[in-house]
Write a protein that binds this ligand. Structure first.
Ligand code: FAD
Length: 468
């Protein structure tokens, strides 16, 4: 078969890119090695983790917060099996949605492992070992990533697990040890802490969510400790983990070099993700990869070192986020037909779906300081928000960073209720290069959590917040 475009991988990068290609009139095929579409995000990432986060949030609220609203409950329990079944149904609905969209857009699909024979020929190796060759003018590699393993810490997938197994536990751990205080570790740690597990996070860096603005990590750590009893071992270097029966022992060096040891019944290793290129046969056509991390090297148009072969999403440089992969899929499709698409990598929001949620866009204070850019800051605490008081979600704040001279917003960092959704307003404002005063003068509905953004913007403008 001859195609205009073959996409290898059906995660958010691949499936969105394929749909955009088809919309633009390109004859398109997708090759996916698994029997369901949607990649990491839909099957073992964004969607299932959010399904479990929602279930555990309902449970936690019923157990701890309903009483203050005057709602009494007796016999509250969590049926973990049902929670996991519901999560699987959510996945099934979403992956079926992609199958529908592929059909609707007349995209051909092939189940199997795609590999390069030459730059225009892809071999599909199917489960039964049979093969088929497809031809295309352009190829988009969207093969994503897999959990990073620590060489000295073997994952047995039963007690020492990755995020994938953590989404399928059949019981609430008694003591869950999470290695890695990044987004994935904290989200999954929150799920089980809300359901009653003791959760200990061991992190090498001095703060959790270390790539975000420093103020967010501090506040998140404080709130997770206060609300969920999570404990944190920061600046600790994990040295090993062993299992004996149902017990996992994790050893680490504390900041002074002393060894500590933690005993639990499960340990999630969440130390990041690594680009996935196995089986692609990149060497067959000489596609270059980066020295560190195995990522495929691409230029500003996401084209690899081989003309007509593109790579997008987790398998290339940049944030490993579904929406970044999607935007790159659209970019490549439009570039192939000669359009002039654009992605502003500075404006890709980052979100942590703990409670309170954490969300960020643009430059952090640390980055502005390092770049020597003069800036002003304005913060507004949810403690002063009428909406937050009504719902009982008063932890957190919104911080706006604006250029000291021009007042243009350079970064927005928030931790609080519904921050994941609220960050969109900051992205729009920054996309249109709004000043802090512009946002401060926009009418925000009352009472909403979004008023905190307006107040933080007013605070950054000239310390003009009304309710602070
Ligand atoms: P993937 O989604 O990894 O898809 C790659 C696909 O390629 C897979 O289906 C794979 O089977 C297929 N493939 C690989 N090699 C071949 C081959 N040779 N032939 C055929 N098929 C192949 N991101 C967010 O933005 N928000 C979140 O809330 C979020 N939560 C997450 C939670 C967890 C627990 C995890 C693990 C990740 C989360 N992410 C989240 C990250 C997000 O899942 C990824 O950034 C995103 O899936 C990357 O998309 P992709 O298209 O690059 O690759």
């Amino acid at each position: 078969m001859q195609y205009d475009v073959i996409v290898i991988g059906s995660g958010p990068g691949g499936y969105v890119g394929a749909i955009r290609c088809a919309q633009l009139g390109l004859k398109t095929a997708v090759i996916e090695k698994y029997s369901t579409f949607g990649g990491t995000c839909l099957n073992v990432g964004c969607i299932p983790s959010k399904a479990l986060l929602d279930t555990s949030e309902h449970y936690h609220n019923a157990a701890h917060n309903f009483e203050s609203h005057g709602i009494g409950l007796s016999n509250l329990k969590i049926d973990v099996k049902k929670m996991i079944e519901r999560k699987n149904e959510v996945i099934a609905q979403n992956t079926a949605g992609i199958t529908f969209l592929f059909k609707k857009n007349k995209i051909d699909t092939y189940e199997g492992i795609g590999s390069f024979v030459d730059k225009n020929t892809i071999k599909v190796t199917k489960k039964d070992g049979s093969t088929e060759e497809l031809k295309a003018e352009n190829v988009i590699i969207a093969t994503g990533s897999k959990p990073t393993a620590l060489p000295f810490l073997p994952i047995d997938k039963k007690r020492i697990i990755t995020s994938t197994e953590a989404l399928n536990l059949q019981e609430v751990p008694k003591h869950l040890i999470v290695i890695g205080g990044g987004v994935i570790g904290l989200e999954l740690g929150s799920v089980y802490a809300r359901l009653g597990a003791k959760v200990s996070v061991v992190e090498f860096a001095k703060s959790i969510i270390g790539t975000m603005d420093g103020s967010l990590g501090k506040e998140l750590q404080r709130v997770l400790k206060k609300n969920l009893g999570m404990e944190f071992f920061l600046g600790h270097k994990v040295t090993g983990a062993t299992t004996k029966g149902k017990t996992v022992t994790v050893t680490a060096e504390d900041p002074k070099g002393q060894e500590i040891s933690l005993e639990g019944d499960y340990c999630i290793v969440a130390v990041g993700r690594t680009a996935y290129t196995e089986g692609l046969g990149l060497e067959n056509i000489g596609i270059k990869t980066e020295e560190r991390g195995n990522k495929i090297t691409v230029n500003e148009h996401m084209e690899t070192s081989v003309a007509g072969v593109y790579a997008i999403g987790d398998v290339v440089r940049g944030a490993m986020l579904a929406h970044k992969a999607e935007d790159e899929g659209i970019y490549v499709a439009e570039h192939i037909v000669g359009q002039k698409p654009h992605i502003d990598y500075n404006l890709i929001p980052g979100v942590v779906y703990t409670w309170p949620e954490v969300a960020s866009v643009g430059k952090t204070e640390e980055q502005l300081k390092e770049a020597g850019i003069k800036y002003k800051t304005g913060s507004f605490s949810f403690k002063a928000s009428g909406r937050a008081k009504a719902s009982g979600d008063t932890d957190g704040f919104i911080k706006v960073l604006a250029d000291a001279g021009t007042d243009e917003i350079l970064g927005v960092h928030m931790i609080g209720p519904r921050a994941a959704d609220m960050i969109a307003e900051a992205v729009v404002a920054m996309e249109y290069r709004a000043s802090a005063e512009d946002v401060g003068r926009i009418c925000h509905a009352h009472p909403t959590f979004t008023e905190a953004f307006k107040e933080a913007a007013l605070a950054a403008t000239a310390n003009r917040a009304i309710h602070a």
